[in-house]
Design a binder for this molecule. Structure first.
Ligand SMILES: C[S@@+](CC[C@H](N)C(=O)[O-])C[C@H]1O[C@@H](n2cnc3c(N)ncnc32)[C@H](O)[C@@H]1O
Length: 421
């Protein structure tokens, strides 16, 4: 992994990147982190990098020219690579572990552009940057701290940087939960003793305790993450049910009719808002709109789930071939002659984590199997971790990446999954 940090303050960034684990990894040649002085690329004698904003206002804006010249130089130096140019910005998508995993798995060259002052000329961002990432909902004086944070979190997942992938795989945010509490010697410190289960050394009990602690901690500290977490095993489901005092509800289902379109649209709207809150760029373009939902109903494959008469969730099963699945960057599990497709799976907020999604998928799988289809295919956004976890738990295999034909979504990448009966 090569990372170039474009900055006006390389002297502030360099020591941090050379220290500790990253410094050692760079020495071993596992990673390369360069800090490039943007000022060296100005085309004026004074080496001026910023100027007053058009339209007036406070502060100065970094000019596009030095940034572009600096980027061109870095690109030429690095040569052909799976490259991503990222502008550090409080207006970008909020950076998290999912972004770090995506960056380390999809790219081998990251260019992190640090703004300063009032920011950078919008035209540079528009023309030269692939995405914008934010460290959080606050404003810093410059992009250096976010760039260091991103470089660090990405590099520690480069194979070999940490001694074992397990070092980062069990940690907070890896699978949607916070980590369990950790203890080291001495056994008793200031009257506080390490929990007995950890001292007994029974692996199975320790694993169970840690998982439970993860769930308890996540519920207490990050209710948003806890609400989004889909339990992976029956044991986890039991813990979640106990912690929430929520039991599975019973649902009725029926093929949706045209009169149900308001309910379907309300379910879709809640799902789209939920995806927005989770930072998933899916269903953010008004899709599925009423027209699409009415088409689903007319096609006869749309099912409405209710609880005590109230609309709770929807799902569509199509048995015609899905053109979006014709091309995949990967391999489907079957030859594509007899598959059914699930679309529009969505649950209202009040019914999340209460067994509804599983019931909806079960219905579609039973219907597909009953009608003689050999498999079911479905797609979801790469960042939709809740759906990905549900699919993986239900035995769907990740087959590769597809691209939606629908052009109104800003991010048309989707992951294709298939479950073979
Ligand atoms: C003072 S900020 C400019 C803020 C800009 N005027 C705005 O309101 O969106 C200067 C630079 O710091 C960086 N920066 C500030 N806050 C950041 C954050 N939360 N995440 C990532 N970068 C940030 C950006 O590179 C930005 O160009």
């Amino acid at each position: 992994m090569r990372i170039d940090i474009l900055t006006l303050f390389p002297e502030a960034v360099r020591p941090m990147m050379d220290a500790s684990i990253l410094g050692r990894a760079a020495k071993k040649g596992l990673i390369e982190i360069n800090c490039i002085q943007i000022r060296d690329f100005t085309d004026n004698k004074q080496q001026q990098v910023d100027d007053y904003p058009y339209g007036g206002g406070w502060g100065c804006v970094m000019m596009a020219q030095p940034l572009k010249a600096c980027l061109d130089w870095v690109t030429e130096q690095a040569g052909p690579a799976k490259r991503r140019v990222i502008y550090m910005s409080p207006q970008g998508a909020r950076f998290d572990q999912g972004h770090a995993r995506r960056l380390v798995s999809e790219y081998d060259h990251l260019v992190l552009v640090c703004g300063h002052y009032e920011g950078v000329d919008e035209r540079f961002i528009e023309k030269c940057c692939d995405e914008e990432l934010s460290l959080g909902d606050f404003v810093l004086t410059g992009g250096e701290i976010p760039a260091m944070a991103i470089a660090d979190s990405v590099c520690r997942m480069v194979p070999g940087v940490l001694s074992d992938p397990e070092c980062y795989m069990g940690e907070s945010h890896w699978d949607g939960l916070l980590e369990y509490p950790q203890y080291t010697r001495p056994e008793t410190w200031e009257g506080l003793t390490v929990p007995e289960v950890l001292r007994q050394g029974v692996h199975k009990d320790i694993q169970a305790w840690r998982r439970e602690q993860q769930l308890i901690r996540t519920q207490a500290r990050r209710p948003d993450m806890f609400a989004a977490y889909a339990p992976r095993t029956a044991e986890e489901q039991l813990i979640v049910d106990r912690l929430t005092g929520r039991e599975k509800l019973t649902y009725d289902c029926r093929p949706a009719a045209a009169e149900d379109v308001d309910d379907l649209a309300a379910i879709a709207a809640q799902a789209s808002e939920y995806l927005r809150q989770c930072g998933v760029d899916q269903w953010q373009d008004g899709f599925p709109d009423r027209e699409t939902l009415l088409e689903d109903v007319a096609a006869g494959g749309c099912w409405l789930f209710t609880h005590d008469g109230a609309a709770a969730g929807m799902i569509c099963l199509y048995t015609r071939p899905e053109p979006d699945y014709d091309v995949i960057d990967g391999v489907w599990r079957t030859d594509g002659t007899a598959y059914a497709t699930i679309h529009r799976a969505a649950v209202k907020a009040a019914y999340r984590g209460r067994g509804l999604a599983d019931e909806m998928f079960q219905l579609c799988e039973d219907l597909a199997l009953g009608r003689g289809y050999g498999s079911v295919r479905v797609d979801t956004h790469p960042d939709n971790r809740v759906m990905r976890r549900l699919l993986e738990r239900r035995g769907y295999a990740l087959c590769g990446q597809i691209t939606l034909a629908r052009s109104t979504e800003s991010d048309r990448r989707r992951l294709g999954y298939e479950k073979v009966f």
